[in-house]
Write a protein that binds this ligand. Structure first.
Ligand code: CU
Length: 736
């Protein structure tokens, strides 16, 4: 896909011209000046949605300069920057404030529909129009569920905005634990100090700044996450890609759908959206309802445990949050709309020196040193992996015409190009997020030594799993691992290495050996070393952290009957049965539900509607062998029952929310529908596939008043959200 840096000048020029041409068309498409139908008519897209093989346009068309070789894309210029020459910044911890009292206006159970004048640059706005200050759909169905019983105690206020310099960086640790970075030094948005600063229209992040943001929370302490949209009012002011509307998904929160970032519940520049994250253990309304189980708890500031209702086996640890804008998720997440969320519990305390028989004492830091009884980050490090590309000017570049899945050619960790990170000779926990658009990773240490996987997606595993290579990690999957650096000497180095070689965004082409990945011979520039660990000193105190076994056993579902089974098959060549201009997407990708037709996404279509309070079994099947799909189910952590009809490997044996189906593969899982209700989603988390229509809506809507069967579809406009009946209800949606 990407040409090597030593390709001939003619070929590089040819590839750059093709890329410019694609960028022109993408800009026109993003501006709304042309439609996908126009592109098909012009012969640039095939009817199936693939990029036509036109010379001078497609990176896959044959080069005029080399027989049988694709044009390719020009490599992202490095401006003489070398790898491992910048420190990796830790995440930027979002400030937390006591609520009520902080947010103005105060958050409300129903959406705040106070009117404001609208900016005339917003789409469809006439002079004098007004619209609501909050973009959340109005009325009882989209009210915060259990807002009175689980009122917000903490306020976090963020904005979506264009790139600007960070003058308030808070890594949450002293600079000795952040490779010596002085947080008082202003940080412009750039992938390396030697690379150009990003234009405000090219990169849109939380608060407009880097490093990426870390939300800190604990059970029993609901957070009101107020998200302001400060993106340009004019949707053509997008630097060539990205949509100025957004919907924020807290992946994988157990809460009402009004807080889930439903793809059709997006909001406009000038508005905010209040997301209420109750942070509760699943089962809170049926299990341990009086909060007597000592294992089900939240860390108190005094170092003790405040008991909470629910099933402690449902405790979660590592989430992330990101844009879920219908048809624009890949562009918006790639542009910077992604953060991480660490959730602390009695079990996963973030204080390794608290010994009470409940705390697992995972690597984090000592309360007795920091004075913080929970949430210590000294030895608990978030890593967001993402492949990026930039143009000849060093500005972020995206290519929607790679409908197989967009691949970048430069590896970043926490949005820094191939950085280093200083560590002590002791155990560390790394919470690794695959934040790519379409790339899978497969990680190993350069010396082939052992890592211990302790969590998969948001959840600690039943047992820790020692591995010399992690499994392939799909987009949106989180792997928490522990690395013990005490086996290295001070001043030595070891690297994290990516073994998964891609040729395109369809699937991993091959998993290389560590030696082959390190050889530099792979044509994929994102294979090989990408993060350098520098072992710089002994720890000031002995390492008393632990990796106990067991960690968190799976919830026992033996007493919960399975009332229904569903099959979702993911494939290419989908049909769109709807003409709804707002809710329907086009593209080659789709989902077949219960052996029906392969359908392209329509968020007005109800594909499944399980009954509140029940349990079902779903089989997710890959309809083809030439693709992999990391499929995400919102809302409820699922237990994987089988992979390809056989046993589940130990690193997938816990609860999960994303499954790689693998080519021709399938997984069977079981999930419950409880505590909250509303409309949720299931989709491929290769966000290129998702945006090109591999997404469906499912809902829990028979909870009683105010829910109705089926739920009306929200249609956001700057003047307010209107509702319409579902476009379609699949025949098996409400069965039995
Ligand atoms: Cu996919």
């Amino acid at each position: 896909m990407y040409l090597p840096g030593n390709a001939s000048k003619a070929r590089l020029r040819e590839a750059e011209n093709a890329r410019r041409n694609r960028a022109e068309v993408l800009k026109a498409l993003a501006d709304g000046r042309v439609s996908r139908r126009d592109l098909i008519r012009w012969g640039l897209f095939t009817a199936g949605g693939a990029l036509a093989l036109k010379n001078g346009f497609s990176p896959f068309a044959r080069s005029a300069y080399a027989d049988g070789i694709p044009t390719g894309a020009p490599p992202s210029p490095l401006f003489n920057v070398t790898e491992f020459s910048q420190a990796m910044p830790r995440f930027d911890v979002l400030p937390r404030f006591p609520e009520p009292g902080f947010l103005n206006p105060a958050p409300t159970a129903l959406a705040n529909t106070t009117q404001q004048p609208l900016n005339a640059a917003l789409p469809g706005v006439r002079p004098g129009d007004t619209g609501p200050i909050e973009g959340r759909p109005p009325g009882a169905i989209w009210a915060h569920q259990d807002f009175a019983t689980l009122p917000p105690k903490v306020a976090v206020e963020v904005s979506q905005e264009g790139a600007k310099t960070n003058t308030t960086y808070n890594p949450g640790v002293p600079s000795a634990f952040n490779s010596g970075i002085d947080p008082a030094t202003p940080i412009p948005v750039r992938f390396h100090p030697g690379l150009p600063t990003q234009d405000p229209l090219k990169v849109w992040t939380f608060n407009g700044t880097v490093p990426p943001k870390l939300l800190i929370g604990r059970y029993g302490e609901p957070i009101l996450f107020r998200h302001h949209n400060k993106l340009p009012f004019d949707q053509t002011q997008n630097g060539g890609f990205g949509r100025h509307t957004t919907s924020t998904h807290e992946h994988n929160g157990h809460h009402g759908a009004e807080n889930d970032g439903f793809t059709g519940a997006f909001f406009f520049p000038g508005q905010f959206y209040d997301y209420h994250y109750p942070i509760v253990l699943a089962g809170l309304k049926t299990i341990n309802t009086t909060a007597t189980d000592p294992m089900a708890g939240s860390p108190t500031d005094a170092g003790g445990i405040q008991k909470v209702p629910g099933d402690w086996h449902e405790t979660m640890s590592t989430h992330w949050f990101h844009d879920h804008m219908f048809s624009f998720t890949s562009q918006n997440v790639y542009k910077g709309n992604a953060g991480m969320f660490n959730i602390y519990s009695a079990l996963d305390r973030g204080a390794e020196d608290i010994v009470d028989g409940v705390n697992l004492r995972l690597p984090s830091g000592r309360a007795s040193v920091s004075g913080k009884s929970w949430g210590n980050l000294h030895y608990d490090v978030n890593l967001m992996l993402a492949d990026k590309a930039w143009d000849a000017n060093g500005q972020l570049f995206f290519d929607i015409f790679q409908t197989d899945g967009f691949l970048g050619d430069r590896m970043t960790v926490n949005l820094a190009y191939k950085p280093y990170f200083e560590v002590e000779r002791r155990k560390y926990r790394f919470r690794i997020l695959n934040g790519a658009v379409a790339r899978f990773f497969k990680l190993a240490l350069s010396d082939g030594s052992t890592m211990i996987q302790i969590a998969n997606d948001g959840n600690l595993l039943p047992h820790p799993v020692p591995l010399t290579q992690l499994d392939e990690q799909g987009i949106a999957e989180r792997y928490d691992i522990v690395i013990d650096f005490s086996r290295y000497t001070v001043n030595s180095k070891v690297w994290l290495v990516n073994l998964a070689e891609h040729q395109d965004g369809r699937l991993v082409h091959q998993d290389l050996s560590i030696a082959d990945a390190l050889s530099g011979n792979s044509p994929d520039p994102c294979v090989g070393k990408f993060l350098e660990f520098r072992i710089v000193r002994d720890p000031a105190q002995p390492d008393i952290s632990q990796v106990p076994d067991p960690l968190i056993p799976n919830p026992d579902l033996s007493g919960v009957p399975v009332v229904h089974e569903r099959i979702m098959e993911f494939g290419r060549g989908a049909a769109q049965t709807q003409n709804d201009p707002v809710t329907s997407a086009f593209g080659p990708w789709g989902i077949k539900t219960d052996n029906g037709s392969l359908l392209a996404a329509d968020f007005g279509r109800v594909s499944a509607a399980p009954r509140f309070g029940t349990r079902e079994t779903w089989t997710l099947r890959n309809g083809g062998g030439g693709w992999d799909h990391p499929v995400h189910i919102h809302f409820e952590e699922c237990q994987t029952l089988a992979r390809d009809g056989g046993p589940v490997p130990p690193w997938e044996a816990g609860r999960k929310d994303v499954w790689r189906l693998r080519p021709g593969g399938e997984v069977t899982l079981t999930l419950q529908f409880r505590d909250f209700a509303g409309m949720f989603m299931q989709h491929c988390h290769n966000t290129t596939h998702e945006d090109n229509a591999m997404l469906l809506r499912w809902e829990i809507d028979d909870k009683g008043t105010p829910f109705v069967r089926p739920l009306p579809t929200p249609i956001p406009t700057p003047q307010g959200v209107r509702f319409q009946p579902p476009d379609e209800i699949l025949p098996t949606a409400f069965q039995p």
